[in-house]
Write a protein that binds this ligand. Structure first.
Ligand code: ZN
Length: 263
């Protein structure tokens, strides 16, 4: 499996991806908003885009579909419940569905509601798994829920699916938010040394050569996986004095999500 991360350089800081089979050169484009950059990258690599996967229905993820289809005839794949929201879908995906790319690549669809209610993450069937996490999981952060989402569903996705993936899983998110997110981590958990070190290393990074985290790193620096940290809970109580003595993880997650909205 070959992966090319494409930095759009736009105001939304989107990352697009090409995932290709090294034997046949067939490629799947994930959220190819910047169709020009995606088509050029495929051409430069000698790859043919045959499929598009939209992680979800927001325009900054689907806005490049028409142009890519026009140039390549690629088929559009997305969550089965996105059929009324994403024009021209050829295949609706459910949890566990496998997408083949060429001869060597298999990607498994995870049904990951929360940012929206029809969001798909892709997990590769490779020795070291890769997760294409759209707007569900960001480096050191979580997707927002104010455009068709639900924080309770997002919590379930994090705790029941993402947290159970292998620690070595590579994380390829839909946006470059890492610097801002690490600052949020340090605001919520000022004694998080790993987050401070990572911010020191990455502040001002060139998103063309972006750092790729693993789930193991996310467990250390992503507040949305650190729901039982005494510091996170104590700091949260300063903001929400009504927080129970031993708040359950779901409550902590939802309060953090609420706080991140106006941070
Ligand atoms: Zn979105």
């Amino acid at each position: 499996m070959l992966v090319k991360q494409i930095w759009t350089g736009n105001a939304y800081r989107n990352f697009n991806y090409l995932i290709a089979c090294g034997e046949t050169g067939e490629a799947l484009a994930v959220d190819p908003l910047d169709h020009g950059k995606c088509l050029k990258a495929a051409k430069d690599e000698g790859w043919t885009i045959t499929q598009i996967l939209n992680t979800h229905e927001h325009h900054d993820h689907t806005g490049g579909n028409d142009a890519v289809v026009r140039h390549t005839g690629a088929k559009i794949l997305a969550h089965r419940n996105a059929a009324g929201k994403i024009p021209g879908m050829s295949r609706g995906l459910s949890a566990g569905d496998v997408i083949k790319v060429g001869k060597t690549v298999e990607l498994e669809a995870l049904d990951t509601p929360g940012h929206t209610l029809c969001h798909i993450c892709l997990k590769s069937h490779t020795d070291q798994p890769a997760l294409f996490s759209g707007d569900t999981l960001f480096n050191a952060g979580a997707g927002n829920c104010h455009n068709g989402g639900d924080p309770g569903e997002l919590y379930k996705t994090f705790s029941q699916q993402l947290a159970r993936l292998p620690a070595s899983t590579l994380v390829y998110p839909g946006h470059d938010y890492i610097e801002n997110n690490l600052r949020f981590t340090l605001d919520r958990e000022p004694d998080n040394r790993q987050a401070a070190q990572l911010l020191g290393k990455l502040a001002g990074q060139d998103p063309e050569q972006a750092y790729v985290s693993t789930l193991e790193v996310e467990m250390q620096v992503n507040t949305f996986f650190r729901l039982t940290s005494p510091t996170v809970i104590a700091e949260l109580r300063d903001v929400f004095p009504d927080l129970p003595d031993q708040p359950d993880a779901r409550t902590v997650f939802i309060k953090l999500r609420e706080l991140r909205n106006d941070w």
